[in-house]
Design a binder for this molecule. Sequence first.
Ligand code: BV8
Ligand code: ZN
Length: 265
Amino acid sequence: MADAAPIPLGLIESLRSARRICVFSGAGMSAESGVPTFRDALTGLWERFDAERLATPEAFHRDPSLVWGWYEWRRMKMRLAQPHAGHRALAGLERRAAQLTVITQNVDDLHERAGNTNVLHLHGSLEATRCVRCAAPFALPADIPQEPEGGRRIEPPRCASCGGRVRPGVVWFGESLPMPILQPAHDAAAACDVWITVGTSGLVYPAAELPLVAARAGATLVQINPLPTPLDAHYDHVLSGTAAQCLPELFAQERDRASLQPGRS
Ligand code: BV8
Ligand code: ZN
């Protein structure tokens, strides 16, 4: 890999003196682990749909086996995926930093599998399934779903207590985010010294508002994305690259620079 561009000294200094750091991740964070992003066109059974129309209560009501099949296919992809160097760099940062909060839009568990313990899932999790009628949690079988690449329709399981259909534990479009997650995410954004956005197109609300909360609170804003995004102008530093490249590089240079300055641990 070509030598990574030197990270601006100002950013290194901000990272070194930061007490509270927030990392805000989207689908691009999981892309290099083999989890398709939302922008990636859907394939197989779902190719004529766009994700925003499938990830809705209406779609589940209209065609539950199509939607449940999609989520089982995505759960298979997630279970077969492994955290990459970017995920591991964030786990390392949690061990070193005073306080790191990972705020993710992703419904996979790659941050936790890499070792991060303070992770807020704004849009829920693929494994947290529940009854659509009485909200009773539903335990999925432990084995990895075996789904054909092109996907298939699967009738959702039924709730043991009321017989209602079981739904994925994700926040669908048109559904409000869980306040017990959104509030601490908002508080972390308003209190952080450095805010790092990685792998999101910044188009889905209210999640996309959080970087602006951090900006208004005076945090140093960093964007990591191989492509420009609509919110780049709000960022102090834009690192054009991937999550698995930029995150390890950012913290390696921060550590190396630290060792160059005698007396600064
Ligand atoms: C709500 C779970 C109250 C399900 C998801 C204000 C303005 C406009 C619209 C609205 C608004 N307020 C509310 C809305 C409506 C809607 C919304 O935002 N619509 C958008 C599309 C305009 N919001 C909602 O419905 C929210 N609920 O507001 O409730 C309410 C209700 C009704 C009406 C009003 C208010 C609920 C939103 C949550 C939906 N659930 N996920 C599931 O996963 O199945 S959202 C889902 O899509 C993801 O969680 C994520 O948030 C989003 C996808 O975006 P990204 O993660 O950014 O991924 P994307 O593919 O777009 O981009 C990837 C990026 O990574 C790219 O930039 C790419 O360049 C980069 N990249 C690629 N590879 C790499 C990389 N970066 C680094 N490294 C790489 N290797
Ligand atoms: Zn039930």
